[in-house]
Design a binder for this molecule. Structure first.
Ligand code: NOJ
Length: 742
């Protein structure tokens, strides 16, 4: 009988007066269960192994099924589908001594089978409702396939596009990234983990993983506590405030202490300051990695450092599995700490409802009905539309190329991403259904059924081959319009995919130059997982659409934007450098004591490139034009406990209905520590018809002025502030006020 052991436990618990899943009974339930557990079974609950299906890192252990049955592995990741997870769950429930159900984790980063845009792209929507909905639908699809825990949101701030993992985050700004982190936690968890359509979220990678030296993944991180708190921690704090269920530690060291053994991060900040009461899991083998870091003598020592620092669950490293018992016997760790970690894991399983029904996520009919359903595919279109950023739209021979309203007779569609399904997922494609991905070619053919579209590969996204150039040039010469589909393949961003040169990879720039020589009108559609240094393109190609990696509906959405069926509205959440040497480059920089002055040699600048980026944070065009006027503040002095109301008029002076993200920035002119030249503090996304004007309102209160001052107090200081409102971080109207606390 399938539920044999589980029924036995439940019966035993009911007899002892404890029944699962009744509010208020959780502690008693867990106490009672823990009283029955051996040390090995407890360590088993702290152990997470990958299934044999996919590995997302080095594989150390492959007899996970045996460990599930013996109770030595209480959690599995990279296993999905109802059929497979049911098989594993039955092993845990029926064949392990206590029948404790497994939790199933997976990297559902931007979808499970239906793939939404990569997170960096979706962040460019500046639309937290859409982002929340993507997470909610991803959870709906993933839970229908047997999963109950996602390793997302990834909330690492990064100012370095060489780092491949910028694709997974929300960009460089802590304010926007915090709102996005919260939207995702809400989407996955819906304030109701017990539902069979929600899943536990996991904020990662705690912390400062987005600041590796030289942008090289896993590299050393060194930064002041002030910088950490000001820039890198806010999205984590925001996710904790939103009730995120779990936290993943980071691979990197922070100021000499690996994050996975870092008491300052895991105890002082996470548990004490933020009051986090969820569960902490390692990133993959990051306990083991404390040995090569040079922080632990051997794996047993590494396990002790991790447990003592507050790590509950060991992902894949088998360190707790192999050594925790010895460490306890040798007095290196305390039973009390092991028990607390076990409690954190069981508590999550309880909240998920696994003790109530271990098979609640395992329903074949639901899987059939929800996975790849129209509801998901429709949203994949909505979210991808809002993610696209129009970088340039200038005239070619007297007229703007975009939108392409009239069907061109002959289109040459050129590039390695023109008819490519696989790479459209971008990094972390989970269990993507590649067959259902709409390619750029597919989208354009639907959009322009009467055009003759010639699709040419041109060259690969990597390597040196130029064999396809001639065919591409001929196709361009014979066309009325050229569309270049170029950028990065899905392995050129993401984990372990840092690049020292972030220009178009392979021979694609040479291909673009060769096609450009034909003199034909060219629209570049760039699909990539990071900002690329497309300076030559910006100088030479009249129209540039930055599409990132858009997922399942890629081709439909690109065709919508090219044709004008959808008017692009995305705004960059990472600054685009002109060349790699400008990195790190970000909008919320400090002024320096010698800000650039072209008449003065001894000011902060490069000899060979401008200080300004190619495209600033917050930048993105529309087929409409928006004019800003009359920035007004209702008072010139802000007192403690009061507010300033800011208003600005925005008018659509173009010919199309369009959306605009109106952005508000502040500058604290003088501080006890120097302050950035601008910091995002508010935004509103509005839609205006041609000729329509709207007054947009913002409120500033003293909370918006706070920072970590010279005494490391989070406070607002009296003094002068500048207020900027505009269409991006560089193009703004300006006003000012004074803050007087008393
Ligand atoms: C390593 C990655 O850093 C992390 O983000 C991911 O969740 C785990 N592997 C599991 O796949």
């Amino acid at each position: 009988m399938k539920l044999k052991h589980y029924v036995l436990i439940s019966l035993a618990l009911i007899i002892s007066g404890v029944s699962a899943q009744k509010p208020g009974k959780k502690e008693a339930f867990i106490d009672s269960l823990m009283n029955k557990m051996t040390l090995e079974e407890k360590i088993g609950q702290l152990t997470l192994f990958t299934s044999g299906w996919t590995t997302t890192g080095p594989s150390l252990k492959d007899d996970y099924k045996k460990d599930v049955i013996s109770g030595r592995c209480g959690n599995i990741f990279n296993a999905h589908t109802v059929e497979y997870n049911r098989e594993l769950q039955e092993m845990a429930v029926n064949e392990s001594r206590l029948g404790i159900p497994l939790m199933f984790g997976y990297d559902v980063i931007h979808g499970y089978k239906t793939i939404f845009p990569i997170p960096l792209a979706e962040a460019c929507s500046w639309d937290t409702e859409i982002i929340e909905k993507s997470a909610r639908l991803a959870a709906k699809e993933a839970t229908a396939a047997g999963l109950n825990w996602t390793f997302n949101p990834m909330v690492d701030i990064s100012r370095d596009p060489r780092w491949g993992r910028v694709a997974e985050g929300a960009g460089e700004d802590p304010y926007l990234a915090s709102l996005i982190a919260q939207a995702k936690v809400r989407g996955y968890q819906q304030d109701n983990l017990f539902s069979s359509q929600t899943m536990a979220a996991c904020m990662k990678h705690f912390a400062a993983y987005g600041a590796p030296e030289a942008g090289r993944d896993y590299n050393t991180v060194n930064m002041s506590e002030r910088r950490l708190r000001e820039l890198f921690l806010p999205p984590f704090k925001a996710a904790v405030d939103e009730g995120v269920a779990t936290v993943m530690t980071a691979f990197n060291e922070l100021n000499g202490i690996p994050a996975t053994g870092n008491e300052f991060l895991l105890k002082k900040i996470l548990r004490e300051e933020w009051d986090f009461d969820g569960m902490v899991v390692t990133d993959y083998t990051s306990i083991n990695e404390m040995v090569p870091h040079g922080y632990a003598r051997d794996e047993q020592h590494a396990g002790e450092l991790a447990l003592n620092a507050g790590v509950d669950m060991d992902m894949q490293g088998a360190v707790y599995y192999n050594h925790l018992k010895n460490s306890l016997e040798e007095g290196k760790v305390r039973m009390e700490n092991i028990n607390q970690s076990v409690r954190n894991v069981l508590s999550l399983k309880y909240d998920l409802g696994l003790f109530d029904d271990p098979y609640k996520y395992l329903d074949e009919e639901k899987e059939e009905e929800i996975v790849l359903s129209d509801e998901l595919k429709k949203h994949a279109l909505v979210s991808a539309r809002e993610s696209i950023v129009l970088l340039k739209n200038e005239k070619h021979k007297g007229s703007k190329l975009l939108p392409v309203k009239e069907t061109p007779e002959k289109i040459a569609l050129i590039g390695p991403l023109a008819h490519n399904r696989k790479d459209m997922t971008g990094t972390w494609w989970a269990s993507a259904d590649t067959a259902s991905i709409v390619t750029v070619k597919g989208g354009l053919e639907k959009q322009y059924p009467d055009a003759k579209i010639t699709t040419v590969f041109g060259c690969s996204t990597k390597g040196t081959g130029r064999e396809g150039f001639d065919e591409a040039i001929t196709a361009a010469e014979n066309a009325d319009l050229v569309i270049m589909a170029i950028g990065e393949n899905r392995l050129q961003s993401g984990e372990a995919a840092s690049r020292s040169d972030i220009d178009l990879p392979g021979q694609q720039k040479a291909l673009l130059k060769a096609v450009h020589k034909t003199g034909k009108p060219i629209i570049s559609v760039v699909m990539a997982g990071r900002p690329l240094t497309i300076t030559w393109m910006d100088e030479n190609i009249p129209a540039i659409i930055y599409a990132w990696h858009l997922g399942t509906r890629t081709g439909d959405v690109i065709a919508d934007v090219i044709s004008g069926e959808y008017n692009p509205s995305g705004k960059l959440v990472m600054t685009f450098p002109r060349n790699t040497g400008q990195i790190p480059i970000y909008y919320n920089a400090k002024n320096t004591g010698r800000p650039f002055d072209e008449d003065n040699k001894y000011t902060s600048k490069y000899l060979d490139v401008a200080n300004e980026p190619l495209y600033p944070f917050g930048y993105g065009l529309s087929y409409s034009e928006f004019e800003y006027a009359n920035l007004k503040l209702d008072k010139k002095q802000l007192d403690l406990g009061s507010e300033i109301h800011v208003s600005v008029e925005v008018e659509n002076t173009g010919e199309y209905t369009g959306q605009e993200v109106v952005q508000l920035y502040l500058r604290d002119e003088v501080g006890s520590v120097t302050r950035p030249v601008k910091e995002l503090k508010g935004f509103e996304k509005i839609s205006l018809k041609p000729g329509e004007q709207r007054t947009v309102h913002f409120t500033i209160d003293p909370e918006d002025l706070k920072f970590w001052n010279a005494d490391m107090k989070y406070t607002a200081e009296d003094g002068r502030f500048k207020v900027f409102v505009g269409t991006n971080s560089a193009n703004v109207l300006e006003s000012k006020f004074e803050y007087v606390a008393q």
